[in-house]
Design a protein. Structure first.
Length: 640
């Protein structure tokens, strides 16, 4: 009688397991489809975290299906046992009922319990990594990061998913305490994980509402890593299941996550860890004194340790070259700045000391976009006009010089790409304005810089801003940006403004502009060559001219002066001849002998002795020269 009652109870529990599995599977499937529609197809939710909740919901459907089949086979097996019991009572069977080939439900059920967990573990790993791969591919190829169409509505939908997942997951985990409903525990565990992901999605949507879109990126990365670890756990469990020691009781299916069980199973974390070790090593690790001590005191010690760590958040240090502002419940306690030192406040998140440096140089960039949609910073080492070197290029409107005066356009403008780095320092007297009276002072300063730059560049020449006028433009922009920031009470001092990457728009304009600039440079080169030749040849010609003129004047002076002198000398000689002819002749003759025949040998003979004969030997030289000396004779003579 007792056995019949147990069999009937097993049948009823198996049927109830099937119903609960169907309800859990259909509910998980509906939520998964809603997530796919709201995040994958329409991008209404605009949250990567919310979209990733499809993974635990999909696995919940898989495990609900496995649990449903388990319940059906269990009910068939229990019904078969009941039929065998009735046959034994009636004694209608001739052979042993346990060997009757008509009773196969029990063997099917045993085979399902033996082999299906391995299949579910492998299939869950494949589903996990397939969905993670699809998420990774989608994030790598998309061009625009999705944002919620309405952050509050997205948060509300995520809260609804949270409530459904936590209540259903807690129910299934609680129901799994009964061994007949043991296969509901993976379904409940993954629904609780879906609750956690929905909680992340709710927080992310609220952060979108308050202007912090990066929170969704960080939470999606954390969720991705958690899912990857759970996928690796499926593989590890699948492999280690073949080698672990076997016990009489096998309460845990191989596809069930031990990591999730630490937080979803009843009995506490310490007990769950001990049970997991008992299951894995095949003996009662939970009965050792270390396990009992950890179960009794570890949680209390962790709580005390966390409280101590939390109390340490009351201590803040304002470092050198810093000033601090004391806050309490998100509000400034006093506008008096704190000097470097140690200060105490309420513990986090009720109080803190915000620290700022009024000596550190900060910078903002006006112009191009250097950050892509994945948060990667792009800036090439070499910047050329004809190649795109930023994620988004900046184009400012500048004035152009008129080439043809016959053309009279209303305005003559061009576009010019410029990056404008602005370096600034927080003014100590304006720290409260900078940090608390503006939502994002750096962004406001960037907008001010863009506004001032747009207005200024429209009033200058394109060639001037690209060449000699760059330094003056930087100084003017610094002054104007400082004035605009002071009008907004921004509380900053502009330290430096510079103009980088000044070039015409890339791709279409830059090559033509480069060709024009090259032609202009060639023209300037030829002009400089002509000027150099001019500066070289003109002075040389002038010098040659002056030299020829000087030589002509010298020759003219010489000729005229000598001619006049000779004429005057002839007149004087004529006068002397007229006065005393004989004396003049004698004087002239003697002058001729003295001057013209100075180097000639002279012989004087008497005209009064006609019969005297003189012999003159012209072969002998009258004077001995050095070239007539006998060198051989002179070299043989001893030196004195």
């Amino acid at each position: 009688m007792e056995t019949d009652k147990v069999l009937r109870e097993n049948i009823d529990n198996s049927k109830l397991l099937v119903k609960l599995s169907i309800i859990g599977g259909i509910g998980s499937a509906v939520m998964a489809v809603l997530v796919l529609i709201l995040s994958g197809i329409s991008s209404w939710a605009g949250s990567d975290v919310f979209a990733m909740s499809i993974l635990p919901l999909t696995l919940a459907v898989v495990f609900a299906t496995g649990s449903m089949i388990y319940g059906l086979l269990s009910a068939s097996s229990a019904q078969e046992d009941e039929d065998k019991r009735l046959l034994e009572k009636r004694k209608e069977n001739i052979i042993n009922v346990n060997e009757d080939v008509r009773f196969t439900a029990g063997r099917s059920f045993e085979n399902y319990k033996k082999y299906t967990p391995y299949f579910l573990a492998a299939f869950a790993a494949v589903v996990t990594f397939t969905l993670l791969g699809l998420f990774w591919y989608y994030r790598s190829v998309r061009t625009v990061v999705p944002i919620p169409e309405n952050a509050l509505k997205s948060a509300f939908v995520a809260v609804i998913f949270m409530c459904i997942c936590i209540f259903s997951g807690a129910f299934f985990v609680g129901q799994s305490r009964d061994k007949d409903f043991r296969w509901l525990r993976p379904l409940g565990a993954w629904l609780i994980l879906a609750f956690v992901i929905s909680l992340f999605a709710t927080f992310s949507a609220l952060m979108f509402r308050f202007g912090y879109p990066q929170v969704d990126v960080y939470l999606s990365r954390i969720t991705f890593v958690v899912f990857a670890l759970l996928g690796v756990e499926f593989i590890i469990n699948f492999i280690t299941e073949f080698y672990r020691p076997r016990t009489i009781e096998e309460p845990r299916p191989v596809f069930e996550s031990r990591l999730l069980a630490l937080f979803t199973e009843p009995g506490g974390v310490a007990r769950n860890v001990a049970d997991a070790l008992d299951y894995q090593f095949g003996f009662k690790v939970s009965k050792t004194w270390v396990s009992e001590f950890a179960e009794k005191y570890l949680f209390r010690l962790v709580i005390v340790w966390l409280i101590c760590l939390w109390m340490f958040t009351c201590i803040f240090e304002v470092g050198p070259s810093q000033v601090g502002v004391r806050e309490s419940f998100g509000r400034i306690v006093s506008e008096e700045l704190l000097t470097p030192g140690i200060y105490f406040t309420l513990p986090y998140p009720f109080g803190k000391v915000a620290r700022y440096s009024c000596t550190e140089i900060h910078d903002v960039l006006v112009g191009p976009g250097m950050i892509d949609e994945n948060g990667k910073k792009l800036r090439p080492e070499v910047v050329t006009w004809t190649e795109k070197h930023y994620v988004t290029e900046s184009e400012f409107l500048v004035a152009s010089e008129k080439v043809d005066k016959a053309l009279k356009p209303a305005t003559s403008v061009s576009f010019l790409g410029i990056s404008l780095p602005i370096q600034y320092r927080i003014r100590e007297s304006g720290l409260i304005n900078y940090a608390y009276k503006h939502k994002d002072a750096a962004k406001i300063l960037q907008n001010i810089g863009e506004m001032v730059a747009t207005k200024y560049f429209a009033s200058v020449s394109i060639m001037e801003i690209m060449s000699s006028g760059r330094q003056k433009a930087a100084e003017d922009l610094k002054k104007q940006i400082q004035e605009a920031a002071d009008k907004q009470d921004l509380g900053v001092d502009i330290v430096y403004v510079n103009l980088h990457d000044v070039h015409p728009p890339t791709e279409k304009v830059a090559p033509a502009f480069e060709a024009v600039i090259g032609s202009i440079e060639e023209k300037e080169t030829e002009i400089l060559k002509a000027k150099s030749y001019y500066e070289k040849i003109i002075p040389q010609a002038q010098a040659d001219k002056m030299q020829i003129e000087a030589q002509a004047k010298s020759y003219r002076y010489q000729i005229t002066t000598v001619a006049q002198a000779e004429g005057e000398r002839f007149n004087k000689q004529l006068q002397a001849y007229d006065a005393m002819p004989e004396i003049f002749k004698l004087r002239t003759y003697l002058d001729m002998l003295e001057k013209d025949c100075a180097d000639t040998r002279k012989y004087i003979m008497s005209s009064s002795i006609p019969n005297e004969i003189y012999e003159l030997n012209f072969e002998q030289k009258a004077r001995f020269d050095l070239i007539d000396a006998d060198v051989n004779t002179l070299s043989d003579q001893p030196r004195k």
